[in-house]
Design a protein. Structure first.
Length: 276
């Protein structure tokens, strides 16, 4: 049975590829993008099965307005995909106040705003799915990506809590956590001006590794999108979906390390209970 999807950030990368795959198989897509002309070729091919709206997810009022209009125009929407976002690479001291605000407003506040705007519609129609694009960086952290991680770790906590709030209404949320994937993500990463004091430090090592190609990008974007679609088609509702060997291995190792560290602190943790 064909579905209707609402997807943000569809001009390139996973958002664009997901839109193309869904339209090609007969689904309807409400696609938002900052430059609507980026989808002119798809509009020419698929006509009214592609609904396009201009949207900058940092504009909270516009997020609500566009979401309301999409539901009004299309009726039932099965899947919301919160995909819009970008990376910021640099030591935290190098980033400007404006850059910090923008990455948080886009990757965290924008995603929260979209999900909040969709909730009343999904509840009234009797349920639906929300896919929040996170990253392996929502559970592990690399030097130089602290602000990106702040947004991704933040949205992970938000979605985990929201999933419990919305379960009674038949609304299921999934955090999609790809590892490094061959898209335009790296070329779109914002880079603050570097400070010489960080030369040779871990943040600089990551930056140089990306520039030299030593930081491996092994994920296949087409396969990532296929797994997302397969999950929806199969009715699975995992809270988290790690995609890529890097994501699985990195998250697995991080969770084991955190559990080991926590277990080592058990006596200390339990020593601060009230005497009874």
């Amino acid at each position: 049975m064909n579905k209707t999807w609402f997807i943000t950030g569809t001009s390139a990368g996973l958002g664009r590829l997901l839109t193309e795959r869904l339209l090609a198989r007969g689904d309807r897509v409400a696609a938002t993008v900052r430059r609507p002309e980026a989808l002119d070729d798809l509009v020419a091919t698929y006509g009214d099965r592609l609904w396009v709206a201009k949207l900058d997810v940092t504009d909270v009022a516009a997020v609500r307005s566009v979401t309301d209009r999409a539901f009004a125009d299309l009726g039932h929407i099965d899947v919301i995909v919160s995909n819009a976002g970008y990376g910021l690479l640099g030591a935290v001291e190098e980033a400007s106040d404006e850059q910090i605000r923008h990455v948080i407003e886009t990757n965290l506040v924008g995603s929260i705003s979209l999900i909040r705007a969709a909730i009343p519609h999904l509840r009234e129609q009797g349920g639906g799915r929300v896919l929040q694009l996170s990253s392996e960086g929502g559970q592990i952290a690399y030097p130089g990506f602290s602000l990106y991680h702040a947004a991704k770790w933040g949205i992970e906590g938000f979605v985990e809590s929201m999933s419990k709030e919305l379960a009674p209404f038949g609304i299921a949320l999934t955090l999609v956590e790809p590892g490094p994937t061959a898209t335009h993500f790296v070329s779109g990463v914002v880079r603050p001006a570097t400070m010489a004091v960080y030369d040779g430090t871990p943040a600089d090592d990551v930056r140089r590794g990306i520039d030299s190609g030593a930081f491996p990008v092994t994920g296949d974007a087409g396969k990532v999108v296929k797994r997302m679609i397969d999950m929806i088609d199969g009715g699975a509702t995992p809270l988290r979906l790690a995609l890529g060997a890097s994501a699985f291995d990195g998250i697995h190792a991080a969770l084991r390390q955190r559990l080991t560290a926590l277990e080592a602190q058990k006596a200390i943790a339990c020593s601060v209970e009230l005497d009874r």
